[in-house]
Ligand binder design. Structure first.
Ligand code: SAH
Ligand code: SF4
Length: 348
């Protein structure tokens, strides 16, 4: 399919197929501008001008896994590890609520110190004291944990599939299984979580065709939030010498996602801001409608190093909120006034 036909298929929100996804994911120059612009218009029509802010609390950098790309991987001995206490996590969430956040995202490595019960207790405490919407991003756990956390008050779960290309998945996840991760995502969906997934762009061996297949799979899953970002090689990992992804690749994927998932919540992710100081603004103008300012206590923030050159390291939570707000206002957009739950079009 040529680019114009592919763009038409996208703007008409046709069922995603590789025939129209690939030419869009490969668009360059003027075609790329047309794609990003079309996605921005679809975003405005479908989800409006509001940008939802989610306060991100990175509460532990301990991880049992060894994902080849990630600075938190277990075998990275040069990283100083930390855990926030239950009280610190709850207090950080309360602070976020006072500042004006409507959602907090609790994120960590796969750290089993935070047992099913301890996490449930934290979730319950935050929910009862603030009423905040709670998103979890804790990696893969078993069904009983997901279920307990849902009952305790968690609303959403983020678990990226990272790539659906079996060969790549196996290579970068020495201790994980693609089928298991897919199954986990369906379990989360079955438990009634608002479900987020996503991928990294620029993984070794990945091309436009594999990204297109990822998009199709996430569509089959029924993802309601889709977070993507460029892969940024970390010097203390086995993938240190890889090229990594570019902002352009990430922006094209954001735009394609907006066409395929017109009502989804799509964040302008921090990794985009690492590659370009205006990376997140560019994403917000290419289909994205969510930002996740970091509200982790600044003392431990540099230690949550998924990738190098992390941004927003020394601003406190209030300043991050103000910074995000002014970036959004500079684009003539508004801040989401409610907690920004997913929009379930078919059900309404
Ligand atoms: N442990 C949880 C949550 C923390 S990792 C999990 O794995 O789901 C959150 C996300 O960070 C991952 O899904 C991955 O896509 C991203 N990430 C990790 N290392 C990265 C890197 N080097 N460059 C870009 N993104 C990375
Ligand atoms: Fe752990 Fe998540 Fe990093 Fe993998 S991506 S090593 S699970 S923190």
């Amino acid at each position: 399919m040529d680019f114009i036909e592919a763009l038409r298929a996208g703007v008409e929100h046709r069922r995603p197929t590789v025939e129209w996804l690939v030419p869009l994911l490969e668009a360059e120059g003027e075609q790329e501008c047309l794609l990003l612009h079309a996605a921005d218009r679809v975003r405005a029509q479908m989800v409006g001008e509001a940008v939802h802010l989610r306060g991100l609390i990175e509460f532990s950098n301990y991880c049992r896994r060894n994902c080849l790309y990630c600075g938190l991987r277990r075998h990275n001995d040069s990283l100083e590890r930390y855990r926030l206490t239950r009280e610190e996590i709850v207090e950080t969430a309360i602070r976020a609520w006072r500042i004006g956040y409507k959602t907090v995202v609790l994120q960590s490595g796969e750290d089993f110190y935070f047992s099913t019960d301890l996490m449930a207790d934290i979730i319950c405490e935050i929910k009862s004291r603030t009423g905040l919407a709670i998103t979890l991003s804790l990696g893969e756990r078993d069904k009983s944990a997901y279920s307990a956390w849902r009952k305790a008050g968690a609303d959403r779960y983020l678990l990226r599939i990272e790539t659906t290309e079996e060969k790549i998945f196996r290579e970068i996840h020495p201790d994980d299984d693609l089928y298991e991760r897919k199954r986990g995502l369906f379990v989360l969906k079955g438990l009634g979580y608002q479900l987020g997934s996503g991928v990294m762009v620029g993984l070794p061996g990945q091309d436009a065709l594999s990204l297109a297949k990822d998009v199709i799979w996430m569509h089959e899953l029924g993802a309601e939030m889709v977070g993507i970002g460029p892969f940024i090689p970390h010097p203390q990992t086995p993938l240190r010498n890889e090229k990594g992804g570019t902002l352009e690749q990430a922006l094209r994927l954001v735009a394609v996602l907006r066409l395929v998932f017109p009502y989804a919540h799509i964040p302008a992710t921090t990794a985009m801001g690492v590659l370009d100081p205006l990376g997140r603004e560019k994403a917000l103008q290419a289909g994205a409608n969510v930002m996740m300012p970091n509200i982790t206590p600044t003392r431990v923030r540099p230690l949550y190093e998924l990738y190098p050159n992390k941004i927003c390291l020394d601003e406190n939570a209030d300043r991050c909120f103000d910074c995000a707000t002014s970036r959004i206002i500079s684009l003539n957009r508004t801040i989401g006034a409610d907690c920004g739950h997913v929009i379930r079009q078919a059900a309404s």
